[in-house]
Design a protein around this ligand. Structure first.
Ligand code: TYC
Length: 104
């Protein structure tokens, strides 16, 4: 600080405001033995806006491996899409399930 009260900041003391990125959450599709494959594809297209091809691959991965990450979103969006997709199955009496988990 100089006598006239004017403070000259050195370049390294001028801080850029740090923008925190929100934590992302994965929506995970879980396999079951009852939901028809074509219905899973329909739900993936409707809720997650995937193409037919993407939906088919995601569904087959869950079918063969037990689970598959569908996509990642902010927490609210992930939870709301997982609930909406799970509910579409419930309405048809299927045990179809989508869960959410934070990304590492
Ligand atoms: N396993 C189911 C069947 O054989 C199809 C299916 C695939 C169900 C993926 C759920 O997440 C799932 N009809």
């Amino acid at each position: 600080m100089s006598d006239d009260g004017i403070e000259v900041l050195k370049p390294e003391t001028i801080l850029k405001p740090k923008i925190e990125q929100p934590r992302l959450y994965k929506v995970v599709l879980l396999n079951d033995d009852y939901t028809p494959r074509e219905f899973v594809v329909q739900v993936l297209k409707a809720v997650f806006r995937t193409t037919e091809d993407q939906a088919y691959r995601i569904m087959m991965t869950a079918h063969q491996k037990g689970a598959c990450v569908v996509a990642t979103f902010t927490r609210d969006v992930a939870e709301s899409k997982a609930a909406q997709a799970t509910d579409m199955g419930r309405q048809k009496g299927y045990p179809l399930e989508f869960s959410t988990e934070p990304e590492e």
